[in-house]
Design a binder for this molecule. Sequence first.
Ligand code: PHE
Length: 340
Amino acid sequence: MKEKIEQLSREIAELKAASAAQVEELRIKYLGKKGVMTALMSEFRNIAPEDKRTFGQRLNELKNAVTEKIAHLKEELAEREDAEMEIDLTRTATQEPFGTRHPLSIVKRRIIDIFGAMGFTVAEGPEIEDDWHVFSSLNFPADHPARDMQDTFFIARNPADVLLRTHTSSVQTRVMEHTQPPIRIVCPGRVYRNEAISARAHCFFHQVEGLYIDKNVSFADLKQVLLYFARQMFGPETQIRLRPSYFPFTEPSAEMDISCQICGGKGCALCKGTGWVEILGCGMVDPNVLKSCGIDPEVYSGYAFGMGVERIANLVYKVKDLRLFSENDVRFLHEFDNAR
Ligand code: PHE
């Protein structure tokens, strides 16, 4: 028995395996129910009682040695497999699909960037407003149709006329109320108007409005800033045209057209044959507005402008139906994957 054990321990130390199947074979051979160790255990029963202690110990050691050896062979194999597997460590990890920026966010950021480069900073304000900030401070007469239920979503009629802002000019009021010039801001945000939803109108949309107030600000400054904006936004060939218009809060007021992006001014369906498309409203801030916001119109003057982000996005991306912007159909949104 002693010799058998010694021979086996030498044998075990030499064991080798080239595959997982071979390791398993060895395990069955030595540790299986009908294996070498089981056989030795039954021989052990016939050993003289005085030798049992020593042999018992040896047998246990042998059993541990086989178990360890087999575990070691398994490990070795796994390591070898890992090393043999071809892993290209320079490859990037599996790509998670990214979401996309919403086209309106892309266009809004672009507008803000262009004006930002000219020194305008961003100002924001609440969407739920009161009559003073949206209308009264901006020189709207008491009976102006924009205050009418037709256009404005009122939340409470009295006492303070709580409503959803119909333009972000309300943010300009808020800034003028507590800041003395120079003021140079753009006000991006969502606005609400009670309109029937169609391909060309929605009950909410987005605006970026701008305001510049300082000493000696003139209409020529306004025109130059808007020309620069139009060329940055729509390309260096873009022409602008200012048409006289009316807003309660500006005097004089104008609407600005740009030369049509599709036909380059020759006349097409988009520009309805005129060669021009309207993109924004603007003008010199009415002295009454400055006064009601605590700015002295004898010292300061300024200009303001306002545009719809959807309108600009339509021109940039040729989106035919305004509703696409708020339905969030991923097939539509993924068309802007590579836009910035
Ligand atoms: N607030 C106007 C609108 O919502 C746009 C505008 C802003 C016009 C500033 C002139 C000057 O239509």
